[in-house]
Design a protein around this ligand. Structure first.
Ligand code: RP5
Length: 163
């Protein structure tokens, strides 16, 4: 196994996406997942993106989470250059409230899949959970943690007090 192995890599198109994607990184941390996050853009830094993807292959990364707004090509470009499962998170970054990014990400041509989550924070949280569920196929300790997470979530809903 590679010395620098990570399980999940988060890439986002701009620093302005970080406020939303922090929710994803925090959840991965809560589950003790080895991860890293980078700002790299399919449009603004295409060469550096390719170099980083090559590094991820060497480091035997398992899953990539790609977040971008506007004409969001990041998830698709990452998926086209790798065989790692790619989870896309559309960012609410412009006048179309993320619908532009959602459609850009989800309408992939057949042959290059991207697993697209919802727009913004809910998508960021679900991207982390989906990545953990993928990793749990080979790591039963993560399944145990996911069961506990869902139990805590259900208890919170059931104990909700209304005014
Ligand atoms: C996308 O453009 C980024 O992912 C971001 O969501 C959006 C706006 O980027 P900035 O102009 O804030 O850098 O590429």
């Amino acid at each position: 196994m590679s010395e620098n192995k990570i399980n999940v890599a988060i890439v986002m198109g701009s620093k302005s996406d970080w406020e939303t994607m922090k929710n994803c990184a925090l959840l991965l941390k809560e589950f003790n997942i080895k991860s890293e996050h980078r700002v790299l853009s399919a449009h603004r830094t295409p060469n550096e993106l390719m170099t980083w993807l090559d590094e991820l292959k060497q480091r035997e990364c398992d899953v990539i989470i790609a977040a971008a707004g506007l004409a969001a090509h990041l998830g698709g470009v990452v998926a086209s250059h790798s065989l790692m499962p790619v989870i896309g998170v559309p960012m609410d970054a412009g006048s179309l409230q993320g619908m532009d990014a959602l459609l850009s990400m989800v309408q992939m041509p057949p042959g290059i899949p991207v697993a697209v989550m919802g727009i913004g924070k809910p998508g960021a949280i679900n991207a982390a959970l989906f990545a953990i569920q993928i990793l749990s196929i080979k790591d039963p300790s993560l399944t145990t943690k996911l069961i506990a997470y869902r139990k805590a979530q259900a208890e919170k809903v059931l104990n909700e007090k209304l005014d």
